[in-house]
Design a protein around this ligand. Structure first.
Ligand code: ADP
Ligand code: XUL
Length: 521
C-alpha cells in the first residue's frame, strides 16, 4: 500500500469530527459523532450541561472519550485504510479543561486493545464534568486575577487577553477553591485539545502554545507559563500543566492501542493538537496580511499578526502555523441574527430585497451610520440600537434601504476599527477570506470589500478546523513553512473587489464610544 494520508480531528462543542486527506489535500474520508443524538446516555443539549445557576456550563469528560471510540469504530466499518495515515493532528473547543486523576498516566500507557477506551478510562478523571468555554461563572476570580498582575491591560499585555470567565485559568482556580481534594488528586490538567491528543498518544500530550494562549496563564512572548498567574490560580500548577510546545511539534507515535485495534501504522505520528479557532486559521491557509471574516450565527474576525499589541478587547494567541508569529481574534455576538432582524423589518424578510437595498444605496450611506446590538455585545460590552445622521446626531429611525446598508456597514466598520486597534493594517496583496452563512450573499461581500478596502474571497469550509489539522499533521512531519507545505491546495474564489471609497474608521470609533457610554438595557 503506497498511498499516504493525514488525519485531522475536531473535538468541538456539539460533535467529534474526523477528516482524512491524501497527499494532494483531497478529502478522502469524513465522519462525525453528535453528542446529543449518538451518545444520548450523557443527556447533553448542544453537547453541554447548563447548570441551575445558568452560569456554570460543563461537558462530561467521558463523553468525549466515548465519541473517539465511536468515530474510530465508524471509520473501521467504512473500511478506512488506517495503515495509510502518516500523521494525525486535531483541534478542540478552546478553553475547556480535563482533570486526569493520579495514576491515569499509567492507564493511558497500558491500554488493552481488546477493550474500548471508555471502558478503560472511566475512572481516570478527578473531575467528571469538564468546565467549557460557555461557562461564565468566574467573574469575581477574573477581577482578582487581573489585579494580581496589575489590571486588565497588564493581563492582556502578558497573556494576550484580559481575564475572561471562559479562559482556563479562572476555571482551574474555581475547581481548586471549591474542591481542593479533587485538585490535589489531579495528576495532569489538559485542554480539550491536548486531552484528545493524549488519548491517541497513550501518554500525556503537551499543550500547544496557540491553544495555551486561551488560558490567561501563558506569557505569549516568552511562551512559558507565567508564575504570578500560576501561583494565583492554584499551588503546584506548573507540574500539572506540563511544558507548552510549538503547535507543529511531533509529540510521538500513535499508541500501540491504535495500531493493534485499528491497524494504524505503529510509526504514525501525533502532532500537537490545538484550539478550533487556530485550527480554522490553518484550514484557511491564512497568510500574513490576510483576514478571515466568519459571518455565522455570531461573527468572528481572525488575522495574522507579527507584532502583537494586545488590548482589553479581543484576543491575541500564538500563531498555530508559525511559532514566532501571532493571531488575533475578535468575537461578535450580534451577527446573522441581527442581520436577519433588519432583513425582516426593512426588507420584507427577503435576502433578495435586502440585496436590492444594498445595491440601491451608496457606500458610506450618505453619512448615516448605525450600531445594532440586539443582545449584549462582547466587543464592546454594550446593548441597544443607535443611529447617527451625517452630523453625528442620533436619530430614531432610518429609511428601510438606509437601515439595511447601515447594519452591514456598521458591523464591518466595527471589525475594521477593533482589528486596527489590535495592530491590523492593510498590506498590498491582503485578502479577506469570508465564510459562514452570509458569505453566500455577494452584495454583503461587496460592502465587506469596500469597508476593508481589500478583495474578498470565499471558501467552502464547513470543516475548516479538521482540514486545518490534517494539513498541520502533514506540516508537522515534513517541516519547512506551513505555506510551502500546503501551497498546492486549490485556491479560493474571488467574490468582490473594493471600490475606491475611504471609510472614516475613526468616526466609527468615536461614535462607538458614545454608544458604550449610553448603552440601553
Ligand atoms: P453557524 O454559525 O450557526 O454555523 P452559518 O454560518 O451556517 O451558522 O450561518 C447561518 C446564517 O446565515 C443564518 O442565520 C442566515 O442569517 C445567514 N444567511 C444564509 N443565507 C444568507 C444570505 N443569502 N444572505 C445573508 N445571510 C444569509
Ligand atoms: C473562542 C471560543 C469558542 C470555542 C468553541 O474563544 O470560546 O469559539 O473555541 O468553538
Amino acid at each position: 500500500m503506497n498511498s499516504k494520508s493525514y488525519l485531522g480531528f475536531d473535538f468541538s462543542t456539539q460533535q467529534v469530527k474526523a477528516l482524512a486527506i491524501d497527499e494532494n489535500f483531497q478529502i478522502i474520508h469524513e465522519v462525525s459523532v453528535q453528542f446529543d443524538t449518538d451518545l444520548p446516555e450523557f443527556k447533553t443539549e448542544g453537547g453541554v450541561h447548563v447548570h441551575e445557576d445558568k452560569l456554570t456550563v460543563t461537558a462530561p469528560t467521558l463523553m468525549w472519550v466515548k465519541a473517539l471510540d465511536m468515530v474510530l469504530e465508524n471509520m473501521k466499518k467504512e473500511n478506512f485504510d488506517f495503515k495509510s495515515v502518516v500523521a494525525i493532528s486535531g483541534a478542540g473547543q478552546q478553553h475547556g479543561s480535563v482533570y486526569w486523576k493520579k495514576g491515569s498516566r499509567s492507564s493511558l500507557q497500558n491500554l488493552s486493545s481488546e477493550k474500548s477506551l471508555s471502558d478503560q478510562l472511566c475512572d481516570s478523571f478527578s473531575i467528571h464534568d469538564s468546565p467549557i468555554w460557555m461557562d461564565s461563572s468566574t467573574t469575581d476570580i477574573c477581577r482578582e486575577m487581573e489585579s494580581v498582575v496589575g489590571g486588565p491591560a497588564a493581563m492582556a499585555s502578558l497573556t494576550g487577553s484580559r481575564a475572561y470567565e471562559r479562559f482556563t485559568g479562572s476555571q482551574i482556580a474555581k475547581i481548586y477553591r471549591n474542591n481542593a481534594d479533587a485538585y490535589s488528586n489531579t495528576e495532569r490538567i489538559s485542554l480539550v485539545s491536548s486531552f484528545a491528543a493524549s488519548l491517541l498518544l497513550g501518554d500525556y500530550a503537551a499543550i500547544d502554545n496557540s491553544d495555551g494562549s486561551g488560558m490567561n496563564l501563558l506569557d505569549i512572548r516568552k511562551k512559558d507559563w507565567d508564575d504570578k498567574c500560576l501561583e494565583f490560580v492554584a499551588p503546584g500548577l506548573r507540574g500539572k500543566l506540563g511544558c507548552p510546545v510549538p503547535s507543529a511539534t511531533v509529540l510521538g507515535s500513535v499508541s500501540s492501542y491504535f495500531s493493534e485495534r485499528y491497524n494504524f501504522n505503529p510509526k504514525c505520528k501525533v502532532v500537537a493538537f490545538t484550539g478550533d479557532n487556530p485550527a480554522s486559521l490553518a484550514g484557511f491557509r491564512l497568510r500574513h496580511g490576510d483576514v478571515i471574516v466568519s459571518l455565522g450565527t455570531s461573527d468572528t474576525f481572525m488575522m495574522w499578526l507579527d507584532n502583537p499589541t494586545p488590548k482589553t478587547e479581543g484576543h491575541v494567541f500564538v500563531n498555530p502555523v508559525d511559532n514566532d508569529a501571532y493571531m488575533a481574534m475578535l468575537c461578535y455576538k450580534n451577527g446573522s441574527l441581527t442581520r436577519e432582524r433588519i432583513r425582516d423589518s426593512s426588507a420584507n424578510g427577503s435576502w433578495e430585497e435586502f440585496s436590492s437595498a444594498l445595491k440601491s444605496t451608496k457606500p458610506k450611506n450618505c453619512g448615516n451610520l448605525g450600531i445594532y446590538y440586539d443582545v449584549q455585545e462582547i466587543t464592546p460590552n454594550a446593548v441597544g440600537t443607535f443611529r447617527f445622521d451625517e452630523n453625528n446626531q442620533q436619530v430614531p429611525e432610518f429609511r428601510a434601504e438606509i437601515e439595511v446598508r447601515a447594519v452591514i456597514e456598521g458591523q464591518f466598520l466595527a471589525k475594521r476599527c477593533h482589528a486596527e486597534r489590535l495592530g491590523y493594517s492593510l498590506k498590498p496583496g491582503s485578502r479577506v477570506l469570508a465564510t459562514g452563512g452570509a458569505s453566500n450573499n455577494e452584495d454583503i461581500l461587496q460592502v465587506l470589500s469596500d469597508v476593508l478596502s481589500a478583495p474578498v474571497y470565499v471558501l467552502d469550509t464547513s470543516n475548516s478546523a479538521c482540514l486545518g489539522c490534517a494539513c498541520r499533521a502533514k506540516h508537522g512531519v515534513i517541516g519547512g513553512t506551513f505555506d510551502e507545505v500546503t501551497r498546492s491546495i486549490t485556491a479560493c474564489r474571488l467574490a468582490a473587489t473594493p471600490n475606491n471609497c475611504t471609510y472614516d474608521v475613526d468616526r466609527y470609533g468615536t461614535l462607538e464610544k458614545v454608544v458604550t457610554g449610553c448603552s440601553q438595557d
